[in-house]
Write a protein that binds this ligand. Structure first.
Ligand code: HEM
Length: 194
């Protein structure tokens, strides 16, 4: 894992997820079914990458080892990899629009808001735009964005539990555990400090 650091994580994610989509389209065809499979697959890779960035600092506080240190050191690149994965999600739902002649997907304002967060957070992950935004506004943007993504994934996956408990329940459990970890760790620190 030590060899995969920084931008390499982003490149590696782009390659692996790109290959995954190519395999899906090769096996299922470039039709509605293939597009929907790619949408679902990229939503799941996005969720895993998002969770890595979301829990990195909380995990490091409660469990200090080489893995949690790696997560924390590469949090920015895991976040950028999430943005890459969700760009593939956008390519797949644009593809769905083409193969269904505009019938799907239906307009999704909350999803579009999610992409606005992704764009703003990606741009401000670079030093100059971050400096222009200012420390306080940067913190607000990135905190609100992260909780927005958490909510979006939790709602989307929870709504689908009845379709497949085996796939969606573990994802929802992971999301809930991640939130619990983030909520309890600062409290624990405060207790230790007092
Ligand atoms: C940040 C914003 C977004 C997030 C976090 C998100 C996340 C998700 C998640 C978690 C799923 C469920 C995947 C599964 O069943 O495993 C999903 C499905 C889907 N998403 Fe997104 N999404 C976002 C934006 C959008 C937008 C803007 C569109 C297009 C308007 C879109 C189109 C779809 C479609 C069509 C599906 C259903 C695919 C199917 O089951 O056939 N998403 N998305």
């Amino acid at each position: 894992m030590k060899n995969i650091q920084g931008w390499r994580i982003v490149g590696f994610s782009a390659l692996v997820i790109g290959t995954m989509i190519a395999v899906i389209w090769f096996v299922h065809g470039i039709d509605e079914q293939g597009m929907r499979m790619a949408i679902r697959a990229t939503a799941r890779t996005s969720c895993i990458l998002f969770l890595c960035a979301f829990v990195a600092s909380a995990l490091r506080r409660v469990w200090s080892n080489s893995f949690s240190t790696w997560l924390l050191q590469n949090r920015r690149y895991l976040g950028l990899s999430f943005a890459v994965s969700h760009t593939y999600h956008a390519i797949a739902w644009t593809g769905l629009w083409f193969v269904t002649s505009g019938a799907y997907p239906k307009f999704d304002p909350l999803g579009i808001l999610g992409y606005l967060f992704i764009a703003a957070m990606t741009v401000t992950s670079f030093q100059r735009p971050a400096a222009l935004l200012g420390q306080r506004a940067w913190k607000v943007l990135h905190t609100v964005g992260m909780y927005y993504f958490w909510l979006a994934f939790t709602v989307e996956f929870s709504m689908r539990i009845s379709h497949s408990v085996l796939i969606y329940l573990p994802l929802v459990i992971l999301l809930v555990l991640a939130m619990v970890l983030r909520v309890i760790t600062p409290r624990r620190q405060r207790k230790l400090a007092s």
